[in-house]
Design a protein around this ligand. Structure first.
Ligand code: GDP
Ligand code: MG
Length: 441
């Protein structure tokens, strides 16, 4: 996809006269590419219309960077499409919320329920899982296995066939046990059937979820819009999780799901394992969709804001891919200063959305400072190692004591380190473009 879009823009850029015809040809090429990426036909057409309104032919003719202008317009339009305008309900730690998962069979509900629970558990929540799937044989066993592996309390039954009854019992039990995130996994069918939607409606009515999450397999292609809409019509879908983003699917279906449910995508699933789960971040996702590469904006930003004499060292560290706790410490310092490098890192996919969620900057800064205090109690050996096995129990206890924090907090900091190390490692072997090369797309 990225190839054909950049080709289209290249052709336009070479044209001596930029008239309506050239712009149209370019937009048609981009349309084809987006359709191949499973973006719904109607959405692509709307986008095309909007871009024509935005892009001013006179500006293009005046010799401004044509590709940049059009690329930016497409980028902005796609970002706008992924933003339904209001955030989804966000559960609060320590306050009971019920979250119900819906979606077709095989979309990844059960897996995603556990990932969602595990994600919050690592952040100190008390989640619990309720299996209200009585349709599929083995559904309870699957949830039980996932829950046991991650040490999350669960509820379900082999005997009971009424999903509503189990859902209500489970939710009540975990409310009594003061769980703050009660997750209800529901059944699916292979097809969108009346019986399924009726069941979803009943479970939702009985458990009164604070949030209903629609889980969608990213590989379903053009079917995404109708499927999402069908669920939205029977239950109050408030957020979307797109799964199997590790596969071949380009993920254009996410745009359709947002458009159909008027709800934001909150996470994506990137594998079968519990921690292959990422907070959804609009901009890097759109970059990937357009084939601009995760890192092109990032590299541009480095050249733009990092002082020349500091660029080589930073890029060198990036290309080595070894993320030590000391590097994390230095990056935290940069982020707190909100200096140039901090700005750069806030653009890295996965860095900003989790570390510094919008509107919670104060809280995030306090968290980063807390992490740094703990790292102050580490030895040089610990700071310079990129081997997570080094951090054994006795070292963790020593650091907690030394910094006056809880063991749980030290473990949370180390989890954050692992997460950031994973992002960082993607840059290993990165070919470092010279200034100017990146802006050529
Ligand atoms: P459910 O029927 O909706 O509950 O779906 P399951 O949770 O049972 O998942 C169906 C299959 O998809 C299982 O084999 C999962 O391991 C797999 N799966 C779920 N999420 C992902 C993902 O993000 N990536 C990959 N590669 N596989 C996934
Ligand atoms: Mg299931």
């Amino acid at each position: 996809l990225g190839g054909s879009i950049s080709r289209a823009l290249q052709q336009m850029s070479n044209a001596t006269i930029i008239d309506e015809k050239v712009l149209n040809e370019c937009l048609n090429e981009i349309t084809r590419a987006l359709l191949q990426s499973d973006v719904q036909f109607k959405l692509v057409r709307d986008m095309q219309t909007n871009i024509k309104k935005i892009v001013n032919l006179d500006d293009l003719a005046a010799g401004h960077n044509k590709r940049k202008i059009i690329q930016q317009a497409i980028f902005n339009e796609l970002c706008k499409m992924l933003d339904p305008g209001k955030p989804s309900f966000t559960p609060k730690k320590g306050k009971t919320s019920v979250v119900m998962f819906v979606g077709l069979q095989g979309s990844g509900k059960t897996t995603t329920c556990t990932k969602y629970a595990y994600y919050h558990q690592k952040k100190g929540w008390k989640p619990a899982l309720v299996c209200a799937d009585t349709f599929r044989a083995g559904a309870f066993d699957q949830l039980k296995q996932n829950a046991t592996k991650t040490k999350i309390p669960f509820y379900g039954s082999y005997m009971e066939s009424d999903p509503v009854k189990i859902a209500v019992e489970g939710v009540e039990r975990f409310k009594k046990e003061n769980c703050d995130l009660i997750i209800v996994d529901t059944s699916g069918r292979h097809k969108q059937e009346v019986a399924l939607f009726e069941e979803m409606r009943q479970v939702s009515e009985a458990t009164k979820p604070d949030l209903v999450i629609f889980v969608m397999d990213s590989s379903i292609g053009q079917a995404a819009f109708d499927q999402a809409q069908a669920f939205k019509q029977s239950v109050a879908v408030g957020a979307v999780i797109v799964t199997k983003m590790d596969g071949h699917a380009k993920g254009g279906g996410a745009l359709s799901a947002v458009a159909a449910t008027k709800s934001p995508v909150i996470f994506i699933g990137t594998g079968e394992h519990m921690d292959e789960f990422e907070v959804f971040d609009v901009k890097p996702f759109v970059s990937r969709l357009l084939g601009m590469g995760d890192l092109s904006g990032f590299m541009d930003k480095i050249h733009e804001v990092v002082p020349m004499d500091q660029q080589p060292e930073l890029l060198q560290k990036l290309s080595e891919g070894n993320f030590t706790l000391r590097i994390m410490y230095e990056q935290f310092q940069n982020i707190l200063k909100m200096g140039p490098i901090g700005q750069v890192f806030s653009m890295l996919p996965g860095f900003s959305a989790e570390l510094m969620p919008k509107g919670r900057e104060k809280e995030s800064q306090a968290k980063i400072k807390r992490y740094m205090t703990m790292m102050d109690s580490m030895t040089n050996e610990e700071l310079d190692s990129s081997n997570p096995k080094l951090m054994n129990e006795s070292r963790i206890m020593r650091i907690a004591r030394g910094s006056g924090r809880q063991i749980r907090e030290v473990m949370e900091m180390l989890e954050e380190y692992k997460r950031l190390a994973k992002i960082w490692s993607k840059m290993k072997g990165l070919k470092i473009p010279k200034k100017g090369e990146m802006s050529a797309l």
